[in-house]
Design a protein around this ligand. Sequence first.
Ligand code: PEP
Ligand code: MN
Length: 338
Amino acid sequence: MIIVMKKDVTQKEIDYVVKRIEKLGLKAMISKGVERTIIGVIGPEDRISMQPLEAFPGVEKVMPILAPYKLVSKEFKPEKTVIDLGKGVKIGAQEIIIMAGPCAIESYDQLFKTAKAVKEAGAQVLRGGAYKPRTSPYSFQGLGEEGLKILKEVAEQLNMPTVTEVMDTRDVEKVLKYTDILQIGARNMQNFSLLKEVGQTQKPVLLKRGMSATIKEWLMAAEYIAVGGNMNIILCERGIRTFEDFTRNTLDLSAVAAVRLLSHLPVIVDPSHGTGKYDLVPDMSLAAVACGADGLIIEVHPAPHEALSDGPQSLVPEKFKELTKKIKRVAEAVGRKF
Ligand code: PEP
Ligand code: MN
């Protein structure tokens, strides 16, 4: 349930309610909006049902949260969440945020060249995988910590925040040191140990939708992170499995519109994995911005034919630059900035 506090509530009144909740062995999560402070009660609610909550000082009303996901729901927090990604970049506000870079970090030169090009074209965040979840164990698995070092070095040179995937709970501490955003990949969306682990940090988490996850399952995965105390979650639609095999996945843009109705979290789109084909990426990027996505994550490689992973869906820098010009126009048409 949520406890909506009065407009003129004092800190003392908030502290009192929190204390009463915690005394019952429940957890209180506070959401301070511009208009209101809302306190979420997490745990077996029957424990609190006998309390005269509405009579507590500063309380306006008590409401159940009907959605199974609580903290990430719009009911708990009506205003959109804006997340600080570092180096002056914020996601969830008016500006469209583009994360771009290679699928996998292959070398310093490859990453630097790509990063410089995507930055010049307007991308605010650098992507690059060091731990790659490959279908085949014989495929390139990523450079590991060496790749993370390259990522940090290049990002510092160019003053860009970074996003990179963490696949294993044992690597969280290490990856944290090198990146500004932790990516949880589609294959790990329901790796609950990993979700709990990143929930213990305050790092922004990019949570990709599982390839056969419903929107509800995706939001429940986000709830795992939120309940640990980390509300800095960015949702990412990256296509789901359907009967269609022309594309690698079926990019579900309706999920973007749905998530905007259901949750306060920012949502971005990955048209690269969503289609698997570089020549479909531009159109899907524009459509994503048009339907309200807060950003995009796009794979770019200076020589896709030589890429060690996901070459067929990677844009060359020139095509990426053409695309960002169009994104600017669509963003402005829908009241956003880029
Ligand atoms: C990736 O971003 O390179 C990746 C592996 O994505 P996904 O988890 O969506 O397949
Ligand atoms: Mn990839």
